[in-house]
Ligand binder design. Structure first.
Ligand code: ATP
Ligand code: ATP
Ligand code: MG
Ligand code: MG
Length: 256
């Protein structure tokens, strides 16, 4: 094809290939989702339909990118781990990041009515995304541990906070009464005031969600992708501890 005299501007594009041999993680996070969750009447502290919609959207991303070996999500965020040797988009960070977040956001909107049949979507939800590289298996595991620890810390706080609010405190009062409390004090508050044993709350709230590919399931063909956009039967959805060794022993294939 003949080149135009404008072609030189292509050289202004910066190559952003991710370093080889590194795990590539793309994390998406809802922009201003506190406001979004209030505007759309999410049940507090944890709306199950909202979590299910996040999980469905994450499955959509995993269907699009076969090199994602694991996804981990909680609240309004999801992390996608691409295998170390992936050649998807020649490892270009901007391509990976933008297509993952675009697929995620459009799935979230596309599937909205399935999870919120009685709640109109009031405005388009927005997610940001970033790419982070982890050079060692331990770094990648520590990354996921960090996100799961964060899920627990936030959930413990939110569970206390919303119990106090549902019990009659204003949000300001609830915030003030929790300020400076450590985790055992929060556990104690839940138990003594609300007869709730934190460890009895559903795992999905405390541990978040892990999505894996089922063993022995071949990848989708292009045709499947187009005509079965809602089939998630090839994924395993777990709500278990990812920090300890047990998960990685049971799923040793993830690191090979
Ligand atoms: P930012 O744009 O900086 O990410 P944000 O408002 O999205 O701001 P986050 O720290 O990402 O802040 O927190 C997401 C918020 O979304 C939570 O604090 C909670 O209020 C709300 N949220 C997300 N998922 C749920 C859910 N399943 N149930 C109830 N609330 C939720
Ligand atoms: P990639 O994923 O690499 O971007 P692509 O198929 O999107 O692949 P582009 O170079 O972005 O390729 O080209 C977009 C193509 O989309 C065009 O070649 C054309 O076939 C089609 N297209 C886009 N907009 C229109 C339109 N308004 N009417 C008809 N065809 C269109
Ligand atoms: Mg957010
Ligand atoms: Mg968040």
């Amino acid at each position: 094809m003949a080149k135009s005299r404008f072609e030189y501007v292509k050289h202004f594009e910066i190559l952003d290939e991710c370093l080889r041999n590194c795990w590539i993680v793309v994390r998406v996070d809802g922009k201003n989702f506190h406001k979004f969750s209030v505007a759309h009447n999410f049940k507090k502290p944890n709306d199950d339909n909202a979590l299910d919609l996040m999980n469905e959207s994450a499955c959509g991303v995993m269907r699009l990118f076969h090199d994602i070996i694991l996804a981990y999500g909680a609240s309004d965020e999801y992390s996608f781990v691409f295998k170390k040797a992936t050649k998807t988009y020649n490892r270009r960070a901007s391509k990976l990041s933008s297509t993952v977040v675009s697929q995620f956001s459009s799935s979230y909107t596309f599937h909205w009515t399935k999870y919120f049949p009685n709640q109109k979507l009031l405005y388009p939800p927005v997610f940001d995304s970033r790419v982070v590289l982890y050079p060692s298996d331990m770094n990648m595991r520590d990354y996921l541990s960090w996100r799961q620890a964060d899920c627990h810390i936030n959930n413990l706080f939110n569970t206390c906070f919303w119990n106090l609010v549902h019990d009659g405190m204003t949000t300001k009062q609830a915030e003030a009464s929790l300020k400076g409390t450590n985790s055992s004090e929060k556990n104690e508050l839940l138990f003594s005031k609300f007869r709730t044993n934190y460890n009895d709350l559903p795992q999905v709230y405390r541990k978040g969600t892990i999505i894996l590919r089922k063993k022995g399931c071949a990848d989708y063909s292009k045709k499947d992708e187009l005509f079965q956009p809602n089939s998630n039967s090839r994924f395993e959805v777990l709500h278990e501890d990812i920090i300890g060794q047990d998960f990685w022993t049971e799923h040793a294939d993830l690191l090979t």
